[in-house]
Design a protein around this ligand. Sequence first.
Ligand SMILES: *Cc1c(COP(=O)(O)O)cnc(C)c1O
Length: 366
Amino acid sequence: MSAPKPHSWIMDLAAYVPGRAKVEGVKETVKLSANECTSGPSPKAVAAYTAAASQLLRYPDGGSTELREAIAGVYGLDASRIICGAGSDDILTVLIHAFAGPGDEVIFSQYGFMVYPIQTKAVGATGVAVPNLKWAADVDGILKAVTAKTKLVFVDNPNNPTGAYLPMSEIERLHAGLPEHVVLVVDSAYAECVTAEDYDAGAKLVERSTNVIMTRTFSKMYALAGLRVGWGYGGPAIIDALNRIRMPFNVNLPAQVAAVEAVKDQAHLAESVAYNAEWRDKLTAELVALGLDVVPSQTNFLLLGFPEESPFTAGEANTYLSERGYLLRWLPGMGLPNHLRLTIGAPHENRTVVELLRAFLNGSPE
Ligand SMILES: *Cc1c(COP(=O)(O)O)cnc(C)c1O
């Protein structure tokens, strides 16, 4: 008897584990585990999505032309260098499939977005995890890890799950130190949340070079995670390669029309960004006051560390919060067993998380 056999390297990879939405035995839950944007999407995007119901017998535009043009218009970019995907995960995945295979190396940060190591394994390439520096990517560490086999370098900037970021000068220093045949992927999924003035999402670097791609998403501050739309802005040769291997209709029809309206509604985005920045500051101050180590964040989430001297652990806090319906992301699988990642939620949810953590840390459950 011989059963079908996947590639040997597929069987030792673990599938991506999404943030939890449910706990057994708890009826009502508040999901603060997946960095979704509680402010919600532009009402114009929702209206376009609903109106698209009458068009569902049609294939979508395989080139996402209107969406690429809308993005280009709003951000001042060249539409021909844009590629759209079913979430930026799609773009990240096809990048790895286009540029790496068995024997090749792909570099990313030790604490970074899980899609990079998973898809690296999926193609049989070797992932090289470089320790973070002050929670962000370590430019010198990455440059030291480059070998003749390196094909891609991924930097999530800001970083998920830490929330830390690198200023553009550091991204430029990284690019300057890389050989020209290595593709630098600047994953700017949280670009819209950033308020730091020395940050840049990477478009200008893309335009000045041949080996850089910036990836973006509608899942975070545009609040359309359920639709699955992301995009990349890269050197023409990179975009050409990705267009050859992506699925021909990778962005569905309702997603395309809704994303066009979302990107045009910059007033709605600005409100979500302001709300996020306000609560990011408030929550950081309140959680630091409780004695937690909060990594300064430029995203829509906070990484909370439980101090070593504390008798309370992140795992226990996670259980305590889950039992009360509050779902955060505990990160032992990522090598951060004493940290929780908290997505910024609605005002009453944020206040409740602080109160629950206060009660937990005081050892006096309500
Ligand atoms: C959420 C996230 C993405 C992608 O999300 P999509 O929903 O696939 O667009 C990419 N990179 C990072 C770092 C993220 O946190």
